[in-house]
Ligand binder design. Structure first.
Ligand code: GAR
Length: 196
C-alpha cells in the first residue's frame, strides 16, 4: 500500500503506552492501512509520550487538571483535527470523555479494554474475573460510545486463568494478547471501513 493512502491515526494515552508502542510498530508494515499521525495525552508525564517521540511520532500533551470535561475534550479534539486524523485509538486512556467528543468521532474511535466484554466494564477487571472464579479472562477491542466500555465489540482474545493467578500475573499475560489483538483488529476495521 502506498504510504499516502494510509489512514491517519491518533493514539490517546495516559501512561505506559505499551499498546501504543504495539500500534506504532505494526504501522511500520507496508500493508498496514493506518499511519500514526499523532500521540496525544492528558498526562504530560506519560511514559508513552517519550516512546512516541523516540519513534519520531508527533505528540501533544495537555493536562486535564482544573478544566471542565467538555473544555478539555475540545482541546484534544482541536489537536486531532489539526493533525488531519481520521481514526482514534484509545490505548490506556484513563479519561471518561464528554458525549460531544465521542459523538464527533462516532464509528472512528476504538478502545482496548482488559476484559471479555460485556463482563467487567470499568476498573480492576482481572481481580474481578479471578474473584468470580472465571475460567478465562481476556481483552476486547470495541467501538467507543458515550456509555463506558459499552460499544460494539469487534475483536476479543481469551486467556485461561490458572491456579495461583493474581491480578498481576493475569494482567501480564492478557497484556501480551492485547499487543497482538489491537493492531490486528484496528487494521481489519480500517480496511473494512474504507470508503464509509
Ligand atoms: C491496558 O491493559 C489497557 O487494556 C487498559 O490499560 C492498560 C494500558 O496499558 N485500559 C483500560 O483499562 C481502559 N479502561 P498500556 O498503557 O501499557 O497500553
Amino acid at each position: 500500500m502506498n504510504v499516502t493512502m494510509k489512514a491517519p491515526l491518533a493514539i490517546l494515552i495516559s501512561g505506559r503506552g505499551s499498546n501504543m508502542a504495539a500500534l506504532i510498530e505494526a504501522a511500520r508494515a507496508e500493508d498496514c492501512p493506518y499511519a500514526v499521525a499523532l500521540v496525544a495525552s492528558n498526562n504530560p508525564d506519560a511514559d508513552g509520550l517519550r516512546i512516541a517521540r523516540n519513534a519520531g511520532i508527533a505528540t501533544f500533551a495537555h493536562s486535564h487538571k482544573g478544566l471542565e470535561r467538555e473544555d478539555f475534550d475540545a482541546i484534544i479534539d482541536r489537536a486531532l483535527r489539526k493533525a488531519g486524523v481520521r481514526y482514534v485509538a484509545l490505548a490506556g486512556y484513563m479519561r471518561i470523555m464528554s458525549d460531544a467528543f465521542v459523538r464527533g468521532w462516532a464509528g472512528r474511535m476504538l478502545n482496548i479494554h482488559p476484559s471479555l466484554l460485556p463482563k467487567y466494564k470499568g476498573l480492576d477487571t482481572h481481580r474481578r474475573a479471578i474473584e468470580a472464579g472465571d475460567a478465562e479472562g481476556g481483552c476486547s477491542v470495541h467501538l467507543v460510545t458515550p456509555t463506558l466500555d459499552d460499544g460494539e465489540v469487534i475483536a476479543q482474545a481469551s486467556i485461561a486463568i490458572v491456579p495461583g493467578d493474581t491480578a498481576e500475573t493475569l494482567a501480564a499475560r492478557v497484556l501480551k494478547a492485547e499487543h497482538q489483538l489491537y493492531p490486528a483488529a484496528l487494521a481489519a476495521y480500517v480496511r473494512g471501513h474504507v470508503g464509509r
